[in-house]
Ligand binder design. Structure first.
Ligand code: ZN
Length: 202
């Protein structure tokens, strides 16, 4: 802000705290607040006196404005937010960084669109709709829940120890639309081992 704006700002503060303002005050404040935007500084004074009765000091204004800028930038550049893609070639590192910096400055200035905070908050606590598991039927035994170990659709069968194992027979049977028949399973196992024995002996 310019020295005349600083004088105006001091006058504005004086309206709240009845301080007397002289040239030395303006000079002192100007030293601290020269690079601070007048409108932002004025908002800081308003915020200060909405909160406390202590006389405001230049450091309060500076701190308030810088915090405000950081908050505004955070709202726009925060995680999960599609920051505007900087208009620079990402391979040109210095140019890209300059573009990002420029974007952040504009964000801090409040020029970029703010996050729809209310919209985001409205979603808090609401269940995220899950796709119907039945709708995503998978081929193979994982396409059905296991009747033996109760592994849900898409999850592997587990042993009692919790280790993954090949799908249970009943699950295989379920996916093929067969009834699980322990006698038939025993028979298949016997057949398989006999086959193996014959092959070995051949
Ligand atoms: Zn199982």
């Amino acid at each position: 802000m310019t020295p005349s704006e600083t004088a105006e700002l001091l006058g504005f503060a004086a309206a709240f705290d009845r301080r007397t303002v002289g040239k030395a005050d303006v000079l002192a404040w100007q030293t601290i607040l020269g690079d601070i935007d007048y409108t932002a500084a004025r908002a800081a004074v308003t915020a200060h006196y909405g909160r406390e009765t202590r006389w405001i000091m230049p450091a309060d204004i500076r701190q308030h404005v810088l915090t405000q800028r950081a908050d505004t930038a955070a709202d726009i550049q925060g995680p999960g937010l599609p920051a505007a893609i900087p208009d620079a070639d990402p391979d040109d590192v210095p140019a890209y960084l300059a573009a990002v910096k420029e974007q952040r400055t504009r964000a801090a200035d409040g020029e970029l669109k703010r996050r729809p905070v209310a919209e985001l908050l409205a979603g808090v606590g609401h269940d995220i709709p899950r796709p119907e598991t039945a709708a995503v039927r998978r081929p193979g035994p994982l396409g059905v829940a296991c009747p033996t170990c109760h592994a849900p659709i898409g999850r592997p069968c587990r042993m009692h120890s919790g280790r993954e194992r090949a799908p249970h027979e009943a699950r295989e049977a379920a996916v093929h639309g067969r009834e699980h028949d322990p006698a038939a399973e025993e028979q298949r196992r016997k057949n398989a081992s006999r086959h193996l024995t014959e092959e070995t002996n051949a």
